[in-house]
Ligand binder design. Structure first.
Ligand SMILES: [Zn+2]
Length: 141
């Protein structure tokens, strides 16, 4: 069973629906810990990060993003939902052992020479975040 910790309760139902869909027909075990912070990354322009093993995954999510002028803009809830969904797809990749936090292997193949957006794990995460938001997120920004 997948357990998770998240301290923004308005996203709990969405997270649960996403996890149910992502792990349908699987009986995985794993803990997912979601930490919210104002900013991620040196320039404050990361929306989310995910790291872990097949048993434990840590997701960090930013509530704001930074403009070049330094202004900080809050993500709206729909954007946050997409960012959550994206990182949950990476969580599944870790829990399934498809990716790991030490090298660029995905399902046994080395992707070190690939651009960020062209790696199969990012392609899957960007594609699935849209699907999950369309299916399970109901309020607009
Ligand atoms: Zn990603």
């Amino acid at each position: 069973m997948i357990t998770y910790f998240n301290n923004k309760p308005r996203f709990d139902t969405f997270i649960e629906e996403c996890l149910k869909a992502l792990f349908a027909h699987e009986e995985p075990t794993g803990d997912i810990e979601i930490t919210w912070m104002q900013h991620l990354g040196e320039d404050g322009n990361f929306a989310g990060l995910c790291n872990g093993t097949t048993e434990e995954v840590e997701i960090s999510l930013a509530t704001h993003y930074s403009l070049e002028c330094g202004d900080r803009i809050p993500f709206c809830d729909q954007e946050l939902a997409s960012n959550i969904a994206h990182e949950l797809v990476h969580a599944r990749q870790f829990i399934r052992g498809e990716i790991n936090s030490t090298d660029y292997y995905y399902k046994g193949k080395d992707y070190e020479s690939f651009e960020y957006a062209e790696t199969p794990w990012e392609i899957e995460a960007y594609m699935m975040e849209q699907v999950l938001v369309d299916l399970f997120w109901s309020t607009e920004c």
